[in-house]
Design a protein around this ligand. Structure first.
Ligand code: NDP
Length: 264
């Protein structure tokens, strides 16, 4: 299937590892030029250079903390100078939390609000006009199954991801007249290096191996009985970026191996 993406420019937040990196590789495989951003400069620059060399696309890695308005303004300036704008924005940077609502301070709520919601608001507000002047575009927000089906230990994560889903729906309605399609992807369990690290940490000095720990989580939760690979989720993102997904607007797609219990 020709996905019709060759020569497009995509911005991926959190593009240096995990799902964001897998989306970057999959888009590069379709001939898409890339801007990857993350907080750790060395890693994001190395990954961008590696992708550029292996796929023959233009790829730049830019240090930016997307929870900060000033970093986003600088990032957008760099995008404009390098590529003159963008056709695709993937709001992917994010991370889990762990707290009790009664204990968590305002600052923690604010950080996750800025990371999961305001980053998408600010980047969309800056890049959508540039997409419009290029004839249209695609914005994908990476939320989580937790936006609908909360995990008990991370109420701030659940709440801010749910807000991201609603933001995405509102933005979709506002931007579709300009041929900009906005959608959300809600992944379930995706085996990123971070999950492996957690498994190693939690099974240290126990009888369980990290692999057995991960398998138990998957079997206990997802009917498919395993984690997704980042690549499996990335392929779904790439399809949604493509004009082949032209009627997909304002939707939330679960990629969760059957984990979602309720229908919405
Ligand atoms: P990883 O922890 O593997 O990667 C996160 C990426 O985001 C890294 O590139 C990291 O780089 C970057 N990042 C983190 N914080 C910031 C920040 N403040 N500013 C800029 N970049 C940042 O995450 P995953 O691939 O697991 O997750 C990606 C997205 O998918 C997240 O939004 C997550 O909530 C969501 N998701 C993940 C699931 C999973 O099972 N893995 C399931 C459901 C949703 P650096 O540290 O250098 O900043």
């Amino acid at each position: 299937m020709d996905l019709g993406l060759k020569g497009k420019v995509a911005v991926i937040t959190g593009g240096s590892v995990g799902i964001g990196l897998a989306v970057a590789e999959a888009l590069a495989g379709e001939g898409v030029d890339l801007v990857l951003c993350a907080r750790q400069e060395a890693r994001v620059v190395e990954k961008a250079n590696d992708i550029a060399a292996r796929y023959g696309v233009r790829a730049v890695g830019i240090q930016a903390d997307v929870s900060r308005a000033d970093d986003i303004a600088r990032l957008v300036g760099d995008i404009e100078r390098t590529f003159g704008g963008a056709d695709i924005l993937i709001n992917n940077a994010g991370t889990g939390s762990e707290e009790k609502i009664l204990d968590a301070p305002d600052e923690k709520w604010q950080y996750y609000w800025d990371l999961h919601v305001m980053a998408a608001v600010r980047l969309s507000r800056s890049l959508a006009p540039l997409m419009r002047s290029r004839g249209g575009g695609v914005i994908l927000n990476n939320a989580s199954i937790c936006a609908t089906q909360p995990l008990g230990y991370e109420p701030i994560y659940n709440t801010t991801k749910a807000a991201l889903v609603m933001f995405s729906k509102c933005l979709a309605n506002e931007l579709i007249p300009f041929n900009i399609r906005v959608n959300t992807v809600n992944p379930g369990l995706v085996l990123t290096p971070d999950w492996r690290k957690t498994a190693e940490l939690l099974t240290k000095d126990t009888d369980m191996t990290p692999d057995a720990y991960l398998e138990k989580i998957a079997v206990d939760n997802a009917p498919i009985g395993r984690f997704a690979t980042p690549e499996e989720v990335a392929d779904f993102f790439v399809f949604l970026c493509s004009p082949r997904a032209s009627y997909s607007v304002g939707s939330t797609y679960y990629v969760d191996g059957g984990w979602l219990n309720v229908t919405t």
